[in-house]
Design a protein around this ligand. Structure first.
Ligand SMILES: [Zn+2]
Length: 342
């Protein structure tokens, strides 16, 4: 073979090889993008054939909650008011529910889009918006709005931190951590370590739909939101005197009311037993899109860590009655949701 020809053939071969490699690289990149968006879509189309949401995560970051809330409050009363749920739903659809790369500039874009198109149009046109809108509405719907406290009308955050003002606590993101009592299971809530007897406050207004002993939670209170979408679970309350005096099932509570006291009851089939090591409040939020999700294998519990951090800006001030040793809220509040029931 002619040496010249041989060199030519070799360079042609390496060119082909390079082309093949390039094609492979592009193919892999395309596939990766495609596959990840496929999974994302899959999560968001959890409406499925059932017509309601069958799974939801709440991974909205503290930063995004704060920024969206600020936008909501700042634009309130203006004709271009945009609610925080719509903003977060728009971003949820953009991010595929993962807020770890949240940027304030994205929020600005979201506000423009929501303002221009409106919720109804976005529900129809924007991919996955409907899913995130319904999921985040379920989690946040009762938290921001008009209310009256200490006879002053306000608009803003009307939900409270579950730990009363002036009481300290520590916490970290412990959602989904494994627990061994009662077999291997996941921690479906958030623990807030606080001193024994710390007053626990209702995060949101609602109806007391559960109260009493529960093997895992010890003395616990369950409060359902008026729209039926949220169920708040407060557990491990104080031995002997767990609840706010007189609190019973069927009661209507207003956000910020004292409902009970921090303890360490639970992990026992026998009532009124302190079997939890550390004094803390376990608080959980369950989302209910359909009655079949209220109890059993279809329950949806969400991570409340960022949410409780956000709620820390709104703590309920309480006063102690020296005689009864009971704590009650200092400032009466009127929540339109509660008032509507009267
Ligand atoms: Zn817990």
């Amino acid at each position: 073979m002619n040496r010249n020809l041989w060199t030519k053939r070799r360079s042609a071969e390496s060119f082909c090889l390079l082309l093949l490699l390039l094609l492979l690289a592009f193919g892999a990149a395309f596939l990766l993008r495609h596959v990840s968006s496929f999974f994302r879509e899959d999560a968001a189309s959890a409406f499925g054939e059932k017509g309601y949401i069958t799974w939801a995560d709440f991974d909205v970051s503290l930063e995004a909650l704060e920024a969206a809330y600020q936008w909501d409050v700042d634009s309130y009363g203006e004709k271009d008011h945009v609610g925080w749920v719509e903003l977060l739903a728009y971003l949820g659809a953009e991010y595929g529910g993962d807020f770890s790369d949240f940027r304030a500039s994205d929020l600005k874009k979201a506000a423009e889009q929501v303002r221009r198109k409106g919720t109804e149009k976005l529900r129809k046109d924007k991919k996955n918006f409907r899913y995130y809108y319904e999921a985040y509405s379920a989690a946040l719907a009762g938290m921001v709005g008009e209310y009256e406290i200490a006879e002053e009308k306000k608009y803003g955050l009307k939900a409270f931190s579950p730990i009363a003002k002036g009481f300290s606590y520590t916490a970290y993101d412990d959602f989904g951590a494994s627990r061994s009592y009662g077999g291997e299971r996941q921690h479906l809530g958030h623990d807030m370590m606080a001193e024994a007897g710390t007053p626990i406050v209702a995060i949101e207004s609602g109806e007391v739909t559960a109260l009493g002993w529960n093997q895992y939670g010890g003395w616990r209170v369950g409060i359902s939101s008026f729209d039926g979408k949220r169920y708040y679970y407060y557990a491990h309350m104080r031995k002997d005197r767990p609840y706010a005096e007189g609190l019973k099932q069927g009661d209507i509570v207003t956000a910020g009311d004292v409902i009970g006291y921090v303890g360490r009851t639970g992990y026992s089939a026998t009532e009124n037993v302190n079997n939890i090591e550390v004094y803390h409040l376990h608080v959980g939020m369950q989302l209910i899109f359909d009655e079949s999700q209220r109890e059993g294998d279809n329950e949806i519990w969400i991570d409340m860590y960022a949410l409780t951090q956000f709620l820390d800006r709104h703590r309920s001030e309480v006063v102690r009655n020296a005689e009864t040793k009971e704590w009650t809220r200092r400032y009466p509040m009127k929540d339109p949701l509660t008032e509507a029931l009267k």
